[in-house]
Ligand binder design. Structure first.
Ligand SMILES: *Cc1c(COP(=O)(O)O)cnc(C)c1O
Length: 243
């Protein structure tokens, strides 16, 4: 595990300026994509995905006004959330989640984006109920059957959504997806938009569509994303990590 995606350790004020500049660029891209799609940027929630970056970067992001933070591994997220417990942050767990980690994740996460099987619904519900918290859950949808990056098949989404909506301690927020690697993200995000429209027929309040990363936020916005998960474009390149 490395901390920080840049070589050497920049001074805090330099790092702050670097992140502020990146944030300005990302906000500019969001504004342009919204203008092109006829959408209001206020409809978009920007989640800073801080995996592999230190808690000091989370603190700088919070100082720049960001309130949403995303992490993908419990062993990294848990201490980081603890270090930042004094900050007014919402923590999003966006990575694959094993059922035996559900209890740990439920202790600090506010939103879990990667619910893709019913056993995980049960585990998260037990964990949330035990800790007296409410966890907002998104059903992760697989947009490419050939891949194994997590996610339920579109046909499995309604049953999973119903299970979340009925589970104690859980609240159904909507859907999440990652565009297929190496393919045009636009048709994939269009498929996601169709799944989301269907979901809202039965669960009108489940309006979250978490889609769009550093490389495809424009396409995600064009297809109705409400939440963007942005790492590299805000914080720089990550060192090679095991996924
Ligand atoms: C790392 C990660 C992101 C952010 O990706 P970038 O390309 O660095 O913006 C978004 N979503 C998930 C699920 C991730 O694991």
């Amino acid at each position: 595990m490395t901390s920080g995606g840049t070589s050497g350790a920049p001074r805090p004020d330099e790092r702050r300026a670097e992140i502020a500049e990146s944030l300005g660029e990302v906000r500019g891209r969001i504004a342009a994509a919204c203008a092109a799609a006829g959408r209001d940027p206020a409809e978009l929630t920007l989640i800073a995905v801080t995996k592999t970056f230190p808690a000091s970067d989370v603190r700088l992001l919070a100082g720049l006004g960001l309130t949403e933070v995303g992490e993908n591994r419990d062993q990294e997220a848990r201490p980081k959330a603890a270090e930042c417990a004094d900050l007014p942050l919402t923590w999003h767990f966006v990575g694959r989640l094993q059922t035996n980690k559900a209890r740990a994740v439920a202790s600090y996460a506010d939103v879990v984006h990667s619910v893709d099987r019913s056993r995980l619904v049960t585990a998260l519900s037990d964990a949330a109920a035990r800790s007296g918290r409410t966890l907002r859950c998104l059903v992760q949808v697989s947009l490419d059957e050939a891949e194994h990056r997590g996610g339920a098949a579109p046909a499995e989404v309604p049953a999973l959504a119903d299970a979340i909506a009925a589970a104690e301690g859980l609240e159904l927020g909507g859907l999440m997806a990652v565009a297929p690697l190496g393919a045009d993200p636009l048709p994939a995000f269009e498929r996601l938009a169709a799944v989301a429209a269907r979901l809202r027929r039965n669960h009108p309040d489940a309006r979250i569509v978490s889609a769009g990363m550093s490389g495809d936020l424009e396409q995600a916005i064009a297809c109705g994303a409400t939440h963007l998960r942005i790492g590299t474009a805000l914080l720089g390149g990550r060192r090679a990590i095991v996924r």
